[in-house]
Design a protein. Sequence first.
Length: 392
Amino acid sequence: MRTQVAIVGAGPAGLMLAHLLSREGVDSIVIETRTREYVEHRVRAGVLEQGSVDLLDATGVGERMRREGLVHRGIQLRFGGVDHRIDFGSLTGGRAITVYGQQELVKDLIAIRLAADLPLVFEVGDVQLHDIDSEHPSVSYMVHGSRTTIECDVIAGCDGFHGVSRDSVPAGVLTTYERVYPFAWLGILAAVAPSSEELIYCYHARGFALLSMRSPSVSRLYLQVPADERIDEWPDTRIWEELRTRLASDDWSLTEGPVIEKGISAMRSFVVEPMQFGRLFLSGDAAHIVPPTGAKGMNLALRDVSILAEALTVFFTTGDTQLLDEYSAHCLRRVWRAQHFSWWMTSMLHRFPDSDAYQTQLQLAQLAYTVDSRAAATSLAENYVGYEWATT
Ligand code: PHB
């Protein structure tokens, strides 16, 4: 088989890249180790920045998101049992975010790809990248018991943090930056109407809690738990009791409902530089991870691939590699802004195991300032809706 771009991974990054390239007449083949069923139901991120919404709209993927996504013009910061609203509208000149589950976007992109009869192969095994530092790289994989090879011009590594793409780069080429946090998030999906119209980010002495949602009838809730926590230690009754305790506020109550899904995810910050080696380009979680507190993960992935799609389009139409050469640096400015914001939100809102009374007072001082000062609130708001650089 031969194509222009072999795309490893059918998450939001890989599928969106394939979509953007097909609009420009660039051929690609997408391969994925999981089943279609798995990627369409994997519960992950849920917040789209304004720029991501605009990108989906502009490229013909926004129709169901526009209908079913929930537009939010602010979030609540809850501490000391009291809500403080960060109003995106007035602080960012009318920008907003849209709550739309990553798996919904994945479903939309798969439907578009299959309707156009473009190649997308699920359940491949033993993926290997070859000759990535030559002009004729290839990707091989096992399917139905035999090995298939895709000859290509470029490989896009969109296979997430645990994928094989990043590890295919020779040792010593990439610089890694990393923080692992001493806590995790226990997340549930519950079949109950959200108890708040807006997301509530809650600081509490027992640890962070977050109320989010997926639709008018499905809530998404999170609790900070110790890093090595096991999910079987958290029966549903314990989860609801802890959520009630941490989210407690006067004249407000948390409505409970059946838990549809639950799991624990580790929290880390991670970046590799550069996001390219030879003809391999890394996008999304394959190149960088943020803790979920800033809701940036899916947005960074979408931005990476929109930059990559443009660079590849120029490359395939003119042979000019300048934009491809600039890809990594171009992405990394935004990546590092999101790294800082996500680390900052995480540090302000979580209870650290080694935290003392002084640390707690610093967090409360920062929260009080963030909601009181228009400058500080604007900083949170403009990062949350997605910071657009004023300088190029
Ligand atoms: C989610 O709804 O899954 C969600 C929302 C906001 C976050 C993280 C996760 O900061």
